[in-house]
Design a protein around this ligand. Structure first.
Ligand code: COA
Length: 192
């Protein structure tokens, strides 16, 4: 397989657009990608969303200061979504969640999408820390968090039931300062 282009080149292919900037076709594509078994089996909520439920969820996001959800466009086509959830401007932290189309996974684009989101989180949102919770079997997501400099902070035991079996959640976080340091490293060492 060809080596991946530098991280900053990958990041330049990705544009994060607020939901109100996404047209209806893109928003429905978001629903279809979110419903894909290779995506939803790794999400905290693994239910399949019909059009009405998706529409209600979208409507609840507009003007919701607690969340900041983006469509992730790769070469101008919506290929995923990423966003901050539960933004707490008093304690200056938020959780995040994300996914990218299974067709594009494994090309370094997920990593680039997260790179852009961390810049946006610390650049425009009232947060100094981004937190994350990942189901223990999601090795891909854990690897990407590790690459971007997230620190493992704990493990919530038996937190998610999947097909009747309990799974732990891995708790991770990154501070503004940690991201600034890791970002420079990623760019300097040729990944950027
Ligand atoms: C997690 C996700 C966004 C990663 O995006 P991606 O484009 O597939 O990942 P990348 O190609 O950018 O991978 C970056 C690095 O992560 C690691 N990685 C990615 N997928 C991996 C996997 N399945 N197993 C182990 N490592 C993996 C690799 O280290 C990779 O770099 P390398 O191949 O150069 O060593 C994507 O797989 C996805 O949308 N998954 C489904 C939804 C999901 O899990 N969301 C997160 C919930 S917490």
């Amino acid at each position: 397989m060809d080596p991946k282009p530098p991280l900053q080149d990958r990041a330049r292919r990705i544009r994060l657009k607020a939901l109100y900037e996404c047209d209806e076709e893109a928003l429905d594509r978001m629903r279809l990608i979110r419903n894909h078994p290779q995506v939803r089996s790794f999400m905290y909520n693994d239910q399949e969303f019909d059009q009405d439920t998706h529409r209600r969820w979208l409507n609840a996001q507009y003007n919701n200061a607690d969340n900041a959800i983006y469509g992730a466009f790769v070469d101008d086509v919506l290929q995923g979504s990423i966003g901050l959830i539960g933004i707490d401007p008093v304690n200056r932290h938020a959780e995040w969640g994300f996914y990218i189309s299974p067709q594009l996974q494994g090309q370094g684009l997920g990593e680039a999408m997260l790179f852009n989101m961390l810049d946006l989180a610390f650049g425009v949102h009232p947060v100094d820390k981004v937190n994350s919770e990942v189901i223990e079997y999601n090795t891909g997501s854990l690897a990407v968090h590790d690459r971007l400099g997230f620190v493992k902070e704990g493990r919530r035991r038996n937190h998610k039931l999947r097909d009747g079996a309990p799974h732990d959640a891995i708790l991770l976080g990154i501070t503004r300062q940690e991201w600034a340091a890791r970002r420079s490293q990623l760019i300097e060492n040729g990944n950027g």
